[in-house]
Design a protein. Sequence first.
Length: 278
Amino acid sequence: MLPGLAALLVSLFLAGCSGPTDRDKPPAPTLELATLNLAHGRALSASQFALPPETIEANIDACAGAIARAGPDIIALQEADAVSVWSGVFHHVRRIAQRSELPHFHHGIHFDRGIGPIRVAYGTALLSRRELRSPTSVRFAFGHLHTKGFVTARVEFAERPLLLVSVHLTSGSAGARRREVDVMVDKLASVDVPIVLMGDLNSRWENESDAVRLLAKRLGLRAFQPDSAEHFTFRAGHPRKRIDWILIAPALEFVQYRTWTDRVSDHLGVSATIRWVQ
């Protein structure tokens, strides 16, 4: 047999005996995330207080429909109402959980005023197809009128734990947002599992002192193309603003990222597909 032919046959034999290649490996599991500010069910109206209950019900059902079409495994909600006199007197989070097939939810109330049926109560929430474990709720307490905060819960993803966060930072002063960031860092910096932080941060990625950049830096999180103007989420005013974010730990990576086209709120929803870094 010719030496060259013998070498070729040996190499083909050895290749056939080798282990599986990267092409033979099953695809890495992914997790579908989303975040949406519900705007108390007012949709694109100036205020929910003047809307009839049936209109708010229809608006919340539209949010549930948009969520179902986006198909997340987990979604973070902000301006999410419990039974409130100013927004139709029904539980927005529970209704969305039922209609978007996300049976597990944790709702943190950050503002609660009134007595009995004359009550306004709202906050942030996490809805999930997976069990939510060890839920917590934190209200930013910088005065009796402060209405913002965040919730957390743990889930298992590909046999590894994650800490989920749904947060709403104030739309007031940048200084107030930085104080809120201080609270979040104090509560979350010592967490022993990777973090996924989602929500309405009322902050753009422009300056080192902006809340979203501070959170990312101080908690060791990263954003998807943070300097891109493509993923704006708030259309009011000019320029259009990217103020709703999904931030992930370094142990995770983005596979896809998109902003919704559904106009069910004054904010646009955001979706991301993530996986563990291989």
